[in-house]
Each structure stands twice: as structure tokens, then as C-alpha cells.
Design a protein around this ligand. Structure first.
Ligand code: CTP
Length: 405
């Protein structure tokens, strides 16, 4: 695919280098178009070396090839990172005073802006209006991350991490349409990762969930405009998604407490976490040692089912109107195939949607791609095509939208 990476003039321009690298490493043909001021932060040679293509900022280089029109027309995706307040203002008003803005006017492919600026600039009515205009024009403007900005200030306006921009850009290539803003004003709770049930201060019972699918759910929901709380169990060093509140927990009991607390007033809960069904009855205060008192078995007790608890609370009228999504990682066995088990689980759990993944043989756990089925309480069944975890998340959210009160 032909990807244009536009780079605005902000300190986060250095992160565009990692982004360019990710695109070239995944086999894309990348053209980097910086603004003149972006070159104050990162040199032209860096972008040329990373992309393997010439880099220009103005419309008067290679004139016979008409690059100010051709690059945009031929692009499959344009990603602007960092998108500064000034660059978005110029793009929103249709200016074409450099190669990048001219390219934006001629591009008919998906366009993603990854904003980076100080909080005051992001929250200024002029920027808010420009973002709304760009979205109305069909572009995807990402929610920025919160955190440390240049200097000591913190707040929303930080460039989302390159991995996150890459994930969202790849999702747009897979979906081939702009990301809808259909979750604006909605509160969504997502659980992710595996829980750990301690045996002693150094050992635990855990599972192979990486948290990647839950993080993708949270990330895509936030970028569709939802206010998202992510209850994260153990994950493999994942970056917190931009514009998402992350609550870290360890055990199933802690996860249950956090999910219960944040579900109050939420529109949807998505239980992507792999919650341990059992925990050790006794947790040793000191490390269990070899020697005189070696244990030869671990006595277990059942954890409560968080998902079933939510469904019950809704039946009892405590969480009226809450949409509830469960996940099921299944293997077939002598009693039935994956879908047979999944249909039974949906009926047993009583949630509105069940996302079903077949696991084993390197599928679903720890990997970046996923597929499966989406079963609805109304009897609908949809297969979820193989693709990124963000694509699967996005399909689940497509189905969830109409279920929200
Ligand atoms: N779940 C939960 N609380 C638990 C166990 C599971 O909320 N104590 C949720 C998971 O987050 C997931 C769904 O229930 O959304 C299904 O999880 P799974 O482990 O497949 O279901 P179980 O009920 O444990 O079914 P089984 O072990 O019989 O396959």
C-alpha cells in the first residue's frame, strides 16, 4: 500500500520516525511529507533514509511529476503525526500552501490526524471547531493521549504512541472507511488481561491472556468517542491506550470490585478479561519452601462470575439499560465444537453479545491477529473475519452501538 506520513512542526515529530519505520517494516511504500517547520525538529535525511523515498516540503520540487496532486491521488492512506494546531487549522480551511496541505486536498483515501499540542491549544474553541470540520470532511482525528507534554506540563494533547497510531491507521486500511464517532457521550467499561491468584508472595496461578484484545477494544471505543475505563489485569507490557482511564488490578476479586464500581452509570461493559475461575484457599504469608512442610496439592475455591453478576444486577434493576458483552475462548471437545459450546455459554451467561474465539495452536492468545464469531442474545450469529485485534474490536462495537439505550 502507498502510505503518506505527513509530519507537522512539533517536538513530537521525532516519534514520526518510529511510525515511518513500522509502515516500511510491514511492507508499505512510504512517502514522508514534513512541513517546513517539522524540519526544525527532524532532518530531511532521516525521513529519506527511513522511507527510502525523496522528501520535499514545497510544491516546486520535481515539478514535471506534479507531486502536489499525484502523491495525494495515489495514496491508500494519509497519516498526519504529529498534527499540530496550525496544521489542522490549515487543513480544515482547505489551504494548499505547502506540499502536505496540497496532498490532503487531493487525497481521496482514509486520512488520520494524530494531534499533538499543548492542552490549552487542544481545548481552544478554534481547534475544537477545526477538529469537528476535519471529522465532518471524513477524516479520522484521533483523541490525543494525556500525560507529560514538552516541559513540565501535563494534560490531554500528547501524541498517541506510534504503536497506537499504527494500529489505528492499519484498522482504517482494513475497514476502508473513517472511524465512526458513534460512541460520543457514552461510558464504556472494558476489562482486559488475565488475573493472578497468589499462592505466596512470589507465586501465583495465572493464564496466558496478553490483554491485547481488551486493550484494542478500549482503544477503538475511545477513538469512536466513548469515555472508557479499562480494568487491566496482567498484560504483557502494553502501553495504556490514549484517552483511556486505566485501573490496574491483580486478582479476580479486585477485578470484580473494580468492574462493579465502574459499571454504575455506564452504557456498556465489555468483559474481555480472562478471569480465573478458582483461587487458592490459602495464601502463604511467607514463601513456600522445599523441606519439611512441602505441599503436595493446592486446595482451590471458586471465584465469583463477574459477568453473570452484572447480568443478575441488571435483572434486579440495579444496572438498567447496561449493555453487556462477554468473551469466550473455546476449544472443541467430545461434547461439541467451538460454536456449540459458545451458544450454550451465551445462554448460560445471559449477556447481550458473546465474542467467541477458537483457542489453541497459536490462536487468540498473545498474538496480534484474531478471528471468531459474534453471537447475539437475539439469535444472530456473525463470523468475524481474520484481521487485527483492532478490526475485531471495531466489528464488535459496530454490533454494540444499536444495543445501547
Ligand atoms: N468471566 C467473569 N468472571 C469469571 C469468569 C469469567 O466475568 N469468574 C467472564 C469472562 O471475562 C468472559 C466470560 O465470562 O467474558 C467467559 O469466560 P470463560 O472463562 O470462557 O467462561 P467460564 O464461565 O469460566 O466458562 P468455562 O470455564 O465453563 O468455559
Amino acid at each position: 500500500m502507498r502510505i503518506v506520513v505527513g509530519v507537522g512542526g512539533g517536538i513530537a515529530a521525532y516519534k514520526a520516525c518510529s511510525l515511518v519505520r513500522k509502515f516500511t517494516e510491514t511492507g508499505h511504500d512510504v512517502r514522508v511529507i514534513p512541513t517546513e517547520s517539522a524540519l526544525q525538529f527532524v532532518g530531511k535525511a532521516t525521513f529519506e533514509a527511513l522511507s527510502g523515498n525523496p522528501v520535499h516540503t514545497g510544491v516546486f520540487a520535481d515539478v514535471p511529476e506534479v507531486p502536489h496532486v499525484r502523491i495525494g491521488q495515489e495514496a491508500d492512506l494519509v497519516v498526519i503525526a504529529p498534527a499540530t494546531a496550525d496544521l489542522m487549522a490549515r487543513a480544515a480551511s482547505g489551504r494548499a500552501d505547502d506540499l502536505l496541505t496540497a496532498t490532503l486536498l487531493t487525497a481521496r483515501c482514509p486520512v488520520v490526524f494524530a494531534p499533538a499540542m499543548h492542552t490549552e491549544m487542544w481545548e481552544h474553541p478554534a481547534t475544537i471547531a477545526n477538529v469537528a470540520t476535519l471529522r465532518a470532511h471524513g477524516s479520522t482525528v484521533m483523541e490525543p493521549a494525556s500525560g507529560r507534554l514538552t516541559g513540565a506540563d501535563t494534560g490531554p494533547g500528547r501524541l498517541p504512541e506510534p504503536e497506537e497510531i499504527f494500529a489505528l491507521a492499519s484498522l482504517l486500511l482494513e475497514r476502508s472507511d473513517a472511524l465512526p464517532r458513534d460512541l460520543e457521550g457514552r461510558r464504556v467499561v472494558v476489562s482486559a488481561g488475565g488475573t493472578r491468584e497468589p499462592l505466596d508472595p512470589v507465586r501465583f496461578l495465572g493464564n496466558r491472556s496478553s490483554g491485547k484484545q481488551g486493550y484494542a477494544m478500549a482503544r477503538v471505543a475511545a477513538q469512536r468517542g466513548a469515555q472508557v475505563t479499562l480494568i487491566a489485569g496482567n498484560t504483557i507490557g502494553l502501553e495504556p491506550p490514549a484517552a483511556v482511564e486505566v485501573v490496574h488490578v491483580t486478582t479476580a476479586e479486585q477485578m470484580g470490585t473494580a468492574v462493579d464500581k465502574h459499571s454504575v452509570g455506564a452504557d456498556a461493559v465489555i468483559m474481555a478479561a480472562a478471569v480465573a475461575d478458582f483461587r487458592p484457599v490459602n495464601v502463604a504469608a511467607a514463601k513456600i519452601k522445599k523441606g519439611a512442610h512441602e505441599p503436595n496439592s493446592i486446595e482451590l475455591t471458586k471465584n465469583r462470575d463477574i459477568l453473570a453478576g452484572l447480568v443478575q444486577a441488571r435483572r434486579d434493576g440495579h444496572l438498567a439499560g447496561l449493555a453487556i458483552v462477554g468473551f469466550a475462548a473455546e476449544t472443541g471437545d467430545e461434547h461439541g465444537d467451538v460454536l456449540t459450546h459458545a451458544r450454550a455459554k451465551l445462554a448460560r451467561k445471559g449477556c447481550d453479545l458473546l465474542v467467541v474465539n477458537a483457542v489453541g495452536e497459536g490462536k487468540a492468545f498473545e498474538v496480534d491477529n484474531n478471528d471468531g464469531w459474534l453471537l447475539g442474545a437475539d439469535g444472530t450469529e456473525q463470523s468475524l473475519d481474520h484481521g487485527s485485534k483492532a478490526l475485531l474490536a471495531s466489528r464488535v462495537l459496530d454490533a454494540l452501538g444499536p444495543l445501547l439505550r
